[in-house]
Design a protein around this ligand. Sequence first.
Ligand SMILES: [Zn+2]
Ligand SMILES: [Zn+2]
Length: 137
Amino acid sequence: MSGADFVATGGCLCGAVRFGLTGKLAPVGFCHCSKCRRVSGTGSNAVLNVRRDRFAWLSGEDNLKRYALPSGWSTVFCADCGCPAPQPTPDGGRMFVPAGALDGDPALDIAGHIHLGSKPAWVAICDDAPRFEEGAA
Ligand SMILES: [Zn+2]
Ligand SMILES: [Zn+2]
């Protein structure tokens, strides 16, 4: 697959980890839970939930590290620069792709916000996307 076939590409800060997306771009969703706040270092994460067949590793898959909590919640990141990286969803059928890792500024719809019950007061939400106190219904 050539680079021209991708609707978006992305990667980590050091450039070791690279990936591409095909097909219709998934919308970006925000999770404000305490785990996503810690792993992102800010008020929420920002993630695309991408069909596995629309995701391709370009490089660096062997450069990933994974940290998992006993609950099974996990984060995957570049072993060299520490940037959050794509990881499979628990059922393996889709990929969680960090929106901030994308190159440039692809046009993304906003899927919504979850775990607003954990959102810090200093985070302002400025869109009309669906909001959930806990996980999405
Ligand atoms: Zn890196
Ligand atoms: Zn979360």
